[in-house]
Design a protein around this ligand. Structure first.
Ligand code: GLU
Length: 507
């Protein structure tokens, strides 16, 4: 049974890269008929941010990434918050000490700094390791009775892993293949902090083991920690239960220059968070995909393709198709560039899949505020006219204000190029024809204007720009007679007459 987990730390809003990690775990779980677990890694109390856990859950819920187990849904493998499992971790740290794979270290931060400076000065990597630990204050270097005395008198200590001096650690990554690191490149990381809390490394391994996680799918930034994790599995005697690893490629800035950071979003003009986030301490608001008008289906599809693609490079994948097609071995090793145009392209595509009524109901509150006298029962019909050119639902009304109110402003360029006394009289004649016509539907209006043009030795489209100008104020937009149909005969005629007067004043 496949069991995977998404394990965010509640240190702030969930970054879009984190959402992609959650998504790949979700797709992998569903594809393999396994379980997806949410685990909150909140052992770092100093970095804990209020509201972050709720934000994470709300974001993933908005995107339709459902968990089978987690702090919000429960399950048989809890607790799902690391802070609630504190005594367990201590027990495993003690176990490691007993087996000789970990030790107490009493160094103060000044002493640690001195050690780093000393090593740096002699051009060595500043590490607490098999060599440097003999110069430090720990249970391997101090006499046994001093260690006992320090522990008995409650001196501050941490527990560190004891790594061997020169040994290769190998593991297979589902995306990167074999990874080999020598312990000379690693340090004796802290497993248990002086406040009794485990570090990420210990808590993560204990939880993955206890929750029977089969695959660890996470961001590339955790790749350097993986060898240490492999050693922990070995030392805890769990090597045969060790999950498989898959480290996902980084999400890069649009120009490919470096990792997409939390600060990039508002700077580069697109959200990097799924939902809007107000920082509780600074009150600074960062934009979110949801509030910007992105549809969850579009965000999912776009994120899925940032680092993964099928052999035939297909692009459009609704969620069920994604689950079907997803294959972890096709995830790429190299970073994926965020592409705003592509994100918008997906949004337009999924917007077009929605029924007009659905779009209308998602924007009706805004429309009510913008155009209080507009009859909302006609909103779906307006959406039908505008969605073709819209990326976001709100553009279905912001792109075409003339569907909601009479024009008062006129596109300068069109006025300069297309408006003349000849056009003014033509418009007057056309109003008369419109008033007389029994049918005000697109095809008939088209025939009417065409025959008027022919009768005046002009081409079919000769009067179109001026007609659009006097009825909408705009220089372009949806098919003109579709707009006329929407507005109705009376309104179209009234607009033409009113605009002729407005444009006189304008001139
Ligand atoms: N808590 C880690 C994070 O915030 C989890 C990394 C992992 O999945 O092992 O990303």
């Amino acid at each position: 049974m496949v069991r995977v987990r998404f394990a965010p730390s509640p240190t702030g809003p969930l970054h879009i890269g984190g959402v992609r990690t959650a998504l790949y775990n979700y797709l992998f779980a569903r594809k393999n008929k396994g379980k997806l677990i949410l685990r909150i890694e909140d052992t770092d109390q100093k970095r804990y941010v209020k509201g972050a856990e709720d934000y994470i859950i709300e974001s993933l819920n908005w995107l339709g990434i459902q968990f089978d187990e987690g702090p919000h849904t429960g399950g048989d493998y809890g607790p799902y918050r690391q802070s609630e499992r504190k005594p367990d971790y201590r027990q495993y740290a003690d176990d490691l000490i007993e087996k000789g794979h970990a030790y107490y270290a009493f160094d103060t931060s000044e002493e640690l700094n001195e050690m780093r400076e000393r090593l740096e000065a002699s051009k060595m990597m500043p590490k607490y390791d098999a060599i440097s630990r003999s110069t430090m204050k720990n249970s391997l270097s101090l006499p046994e009775d001093e260690v006992k005395r320090r522990l008995a008198s409650g001196d501050d200590f941490v527990i560190r892993i004891k790594l061997p001096r020169n040994e290769e650690v190998r593991f297979h990554d589902e995306i990167r293949g074999w990874v080999v690191v020598n312990t000379t490149q690693m340090d004796d990381k802290v497993l248990l902090k002086s406040d009794g809390m485990p570090t990420y490394h210990l808590a993560n391994i204990v939880d993955d083991f206890k929750m029977e996680i089969t695959h660890v799918i996470r961001g590339e930034e955790w790749l350097p920690s993986a060898p240490l994790h492999v050693m922990l599995y070995r030392y805890l005697g769990w090597e045969d239960k060790m999950p498989k690893f898959a480290h996902l490629p980084l999400l890069l800035k649009p120009d490919g220059n470096g990792k997409l950071s939390k600060r990039d979003g508002d700077r580069l003009g697109f959200p990097v968070f799924p939902l809007e986030w107000k920082d509780p301490s600074t009150e600074v608001v960062s934009t979110g995909y949801r509030e910007e008008g992105y549809l969850p289906e579009a965000v999912l599809n776009m994120l899925a393709l940032l680092g993964w693609h099928t052999a035939d490079n297909q692009e459009l994948f609704p969620k069920d198709k994604l689950i079907e097609a997803f294959d972890i071995s096709r995830v790429s090793k190299s970073g994926a560039k965020f592409d705003l145009k592509k994100a918008q392209w997906f949004n337009h595509h999924y917007l077009m899949q929605l029924a007009n009524e659905q779009i209308a109901s998602s924007i009706q509150d805004e429309v009510k505020i913008a155009y209080p006298s507009f009859d909302l029962s006609r909103l779906s019909a307006a959406v039908e006219l505008t969605k073709e050119k819209a990326i976001f639902p709100s553009e279905c009304y912001t792109n075409a204000p003339y569907l909601f109110q009479r024009p008062t402003l006129y596109d300068e360029k069109t006025v300069a190029k297309k408006w003349s006394s000849e056009m003014e009289s033509a418009m007057q004649e056309l109003v008369a024809h419109f008033k007389d016509t029994p049918s005000f539907i697109e095809a008939d209006l088209d025939t009417l204007v065409e025959s008027y043009a022919l009768a005046n030795d002009n081409k079919k489209f000769y009067y179109f720009p001026a007609l659009r100008l006097v009825t909408t104020g705009a220089g372009g937009g949806p098919p003109l007679f579709k707009i006329f149909e929407f507005l109705g005969k009376q309104e179209v005629c009234a607009r033409i007459e009113e605009s002729i007067l407005n444009l006189k004043q304008h001139a």
